[in-house]
Each structure stands twice: as structure tokens, then as C-alpha cells.
Design a protein around this ligand. Structure first.
Ligand SMILES: NC(=O)C1=CN([C@@H]2O[C@H](COP(=O)(O)OP(=O)(O)OC[C@H]3O[C@@H](n4cnc5c(N)ncnc54)[C@H](OP(=O)(O)O)[C@@H]3O)[C@@H](O)[C@H]2O)C=CC1
Ligand SMILES: CC(=O)[C@@H](O)[C@H](O)COP(=O)(O)O
Ligand SMILES: [Mn+2]
Length: 379
């Protein structure tokens, strides 16, 4: 049985990971669960999956949870708690499903301990891709993609010689406001932004999808995961989210991965790789889908995507600053403090002011993250 730790077990990816585990009780054991503030749901999960170790956001949540835990369960909290869960115990795979660059330290700790990662937390690769991928190589640990597009590319690349590859294309749904022009974006609400057309996801990634920042983060994520230059990574609008991404070869052949928009499929593949087990979801019926549509990406309509790719190409600290500024700006939008279009303006302003260095170390990255976050919160 594979021993698994889930960081962010109460979120969208975390709960679906536990659905997959519950569907295959003969395959997996939950060794650790980490959540933020949702102690009620975490307690339900603890009673069901009996992890030996749990972690919560801070001491208040720990005090609330402690009296209800089964005897012998170890309890941790804070960022140290995430690191302890990732690197302590004897799990084989750590699913990183926390939101944001808070995932960086625990991911590095898990890799340092030689654990494989089921990576949903794309912000970690965006903020410190070179550190994460180098460490994984050095420790012989695998980074198995959970993000649907990257899982699709991973499945399409399977065993193909790298020199035969022409490029990869990530598909993009267009997000909640894909039917609106930029003028119409002026007055959109948080509630509208949170209504993704195809996927049910956490709030932050749903906003990222509407600004197309999500696809920008995913281009950078693909650069690090697959070791490809930015020139070989394209984005295509595909409103149905049925083709999750595709790979094109030198002989002009294209191999694509298709499926219903159901994250349990890529999550399960990361958990069971290289095996494929029965999945709880519905089978895809192309006859029912009928038609699939594609459009060129419009970079004027989605300027944050262009900015993200420029930051990716520049490298160094720019992707760290982009990610941190975005996390802070999205949090402000969700609190109703700024308009939707202000998110993009803040990203531009933070990046314009960001000084760059090549191959920053962890300290420089964390310092840059703090400063960009602070600036984006104040602008
Ligand atoms: N949702 C999706 O379909 C997809 C998500 N991803 C990526 O997966 C990651 C998670 O996304 P998603 O599941 O949507 O996000 P959610 O907001 O739904 O969940 C986030 C999880 O992280 C926990 N968390 C947040 N902050 C902390 C913290 N400081 N310490 C410990 N735990 C914390 C939350 O705990 P609590 O709720 O208890 O506070 C929750 O369990 C993101 O990086 C996202 O980009 C990638 C592809 C698809
Ligand atoms: C499910 C998943 O992987 C999300 O990252 C999804 O891709 C969001 O969709 P869009 O960013 O294409 O709207
Ligand atoms: Mn995705």
C-alpha cells in the first residue's frame, strides 16, 4: 500500500485526492493530513482516514482540534507543521495541494527526504522552479503533475524521444468572463468571477483562470516540469476543456489527452503512476460532446498572460515577484477592496519595479516574495 501525505486536504484538490484514496482502499494509506483553518472538515477526514500525523494553520486551530483527535495522533501547526508532515514519517508520496507559495518549503523538505511529489501547487514551481527541479534530480525523486494540462502533457510524452518533439500546447477555457470584452470587465463582481464555466475549484485559481494568470503560471510550470524552452510552449483557447492539452511531434503528428473536466483523473494518475486504475467519474462520450472548438489566444484581451510569459523568459526573480503580487492582488479582489481589472495593473506595476538577479537562492526568493506581496497589498 502506498503511504500518502496530503497538504491542503480540506481544499478542492485535497478533498478530491481523498475521494480517489477512498475509491481504492486497497492501494493507499493516509499517513498525514494538513489543512489551514477548516478544522471541522479536517476532523471528519481524520476520523475516516486515520492519519498518524496532522497539521493546521496555527496554534488556535491546533487547540481547537487537539481534544478530538484519536489517541496517538501527532499534531503540528504553522509552516513548520507543513514541513514536518512533508519530510517526517515514512510516506512515499506527498500531494502538494495548498494554495500559494507557502507550498515551497514543504515541497523542498519532501524532496530533500527523497519523497515523490504529486504536484498541484503550481505556485511552487513558478516561484522557485530551478531550486525544486534541481533538488528532485539530485535526490532521485519524481515530480508527478496533478494540474490537468501538465498531467495531459506528461501522458502524451510518455516514452517519446525528446528530440522528436516539436512543441506542446496548453489549452485554456477562457475563464468566467470569456464572453466579455475588456470594456465589459470594468464592473464585474467577485461572485461572477467565481463562476468558472467548466471546473469547480478553489477561489484563488478560479480568479486566476478569469485573468488568464492561471495559464501564465501553467506555461512557467510546464517550462520547469518538462525542461522545455518557452518557444516550444503554446496556449490555445478551447472553451469545452475536453482536450486537456496536446503534444506535437516533428513529423506533424499530434497526441492529445482527452477527458471530462474531472480532477480526480489526473490526481489518480499521479497517485498510481505508471498504472491506470478504474476512476469514479463518468466516461467521456464524444458523441454526446458533439463539437469541440478552438481559437487563437488573444493576448490583448488577456495581457496578464503575456506578462507572465515575459517574466518566465526573463527568469530570475521576476516569476517570484509575479506570483507573489498576484496572490496579494487576488486576495484583495476577493475581499472586495479592488476591481477585477486592477489585478492586472498591480501585476504590471510590481514587475516594472522589480530588480532582477539570475539563479536566486531560497533566501533571495523568500525576500522577493515578501516585498512583492507587500507592494501589491499597498498599491
Ligand atoms: N482546484 C483545482 O481544480 C486545481 C488546483 N490546482 C492548484 O492546486 C492548489 C490548491 O488549489 P485548490 O485546491 O483549488 O485550493 P483551495 O483553496 O480549495 O484549497 C487550499 C487548501 O490549502 C489549505 N491551506 C491554505 N493555506 C494554508 C496554510 N497556510 N497552511 C496549511 N494549509 C493551508 C486550505 O486549508 P483550509 O481550507 O482548511 O483553510 C485548503 O486545504 C493551488 O496551487 C492550485 O493552483 C491546480 C489544478 C487544478
Ligand atoms: C483543472 C485545472 O487544471 C485548472 O488549472 C484549469 O486548467 C483551469 O482552467 P483554465 O485556466 O483553462 O480556465
Ligand atoms: Mn490547470
Amino acid at each position: 500500500m502506498k503511504r500518502i501525505v496530503v497538504l491542503g486536504s480540506t481544499g478542492s484538490i485535497g478533498t478530491q485526492t481523498l475521494d480517489v484514496v477512498a475509491h481504492h482502499p486497497e492501494e493507499f494509506v493516509i499517513d498525514g493530513l494538513a489543512a489551514g483553518g477548516n478544522t471541522d472538515l479536517l476532523l471528519e477526514q481524520v476520523r475516516r482516514f486515520r492519519p498518524r500525523r496532522v497539521s493546521v494553520a496555527g496554534p488556535e486551530q491546533a487547540d481547537k482540534l487537539a481534544p478530538h483527535l484519536p489517541a496517538g495522533t501527532e499534531l503540528f501547526y504553522g509552516n513548520e507543521g507543513l514541513v514536518e508532515l512533508a519530510a517526517g514519517g515514512d510516506a512515499e508520496l506527498v500531494v502538494t495541494a495548498v494554495m500559494g507559495s507557502v507550498g515551497l518549503r514543504p515541497t523542498l523538505a519532501a524532496l530533500e527526504a527523497g519523497r515523490d511529489i504529486g504536484l498541484a501547487n503550481k505556485e511552487t514551481l513558478v516561484t522557485a522552479g530551478h531550486l525544486v527541479t534541481e533538488l528532485a534530480r539530485a535526490r532521485g525523486a519524481a515530480i508527478l503533475p496533478v494540474d490537468s494540462e501538465h498531467s495531459a502533457i506528461f501522458q502524451c510524452l510518455n516514452g517519446e524521444p525528446r528530440e522528436d518533439l516539436a512543441g506542446i500546447t496548453l489549452t485554456a477555457s477562457g475563464g468566467s468572463f470569456r464572453h466579455l470584452n475588456r470594456e465589459q470587465l470594468k464592473d464585474v463582481t467577485v461572485e461572477d468571477a467565481l463562476r468558472h464555466p467548466n471546473w469547480s475549484m478553489g477561489a484563488k485559481i478560479t480568479i486566476d483562470s478569469a485573468t488568464m494568470v492561471n495559464k501564465g503560471l501553467e506555461v512557467i510550470e510546464a517550462h520547469w516540469l518538462f525542461g522545455l524552452p518557452y518557444e516550444q510552449i503554446s496556449v490555445l483557447l478551447h472553451p469545452e476543456s475536453i482536450i486537456h492539452s496536446f503534444v506535437e511531434f516533428q513529423d506533424t503528428s499530434i497526441i492529445a489527452q482527452l477527458g471530462n473536466p474531472d480532477m480526480r483523473v489526473p490526481i489518480q494518475y499521479a497517485l498510481t503512476y505508471p498504472r491506470r486504475l478504474a476512476s469514479p467519474g463518468e466516461r467521456l462520450s464524444l458523441a454526446k460532446v458533439g463539437q469541440l472548438h478552438f481559437r487563437e489566444m488573444d493576448y490583448e484581451r488577456y495581457p496578464a498572460l503575456r506578462l507572465a510569459i515575459e517574466c518566465g523568459k526573463a527568469g530570475g526573480l521576476l516569476t517570484t515577484a509575479f506570483n507573489a503580487a498576484n496572490e496579494a492582488a487576488v486576495a484583495r479582489f476577493l475581499r472586495g477592496e479592488i476591481s477585477f481589472l486592477r489585478i492586472e495593473e498591480i501585476l504590471e506595476e510590481v514587475i516594472q519595479r522589480q530588480a532582477n538577479i539570475t539563479l536566486p537562492g531560497l533566501e533571495a526568493i523568500e525576500e522577493c516574495d515578501r516585498a512583492a506581496r507587500k507592494l501589491a497589498a499597498e498599491l
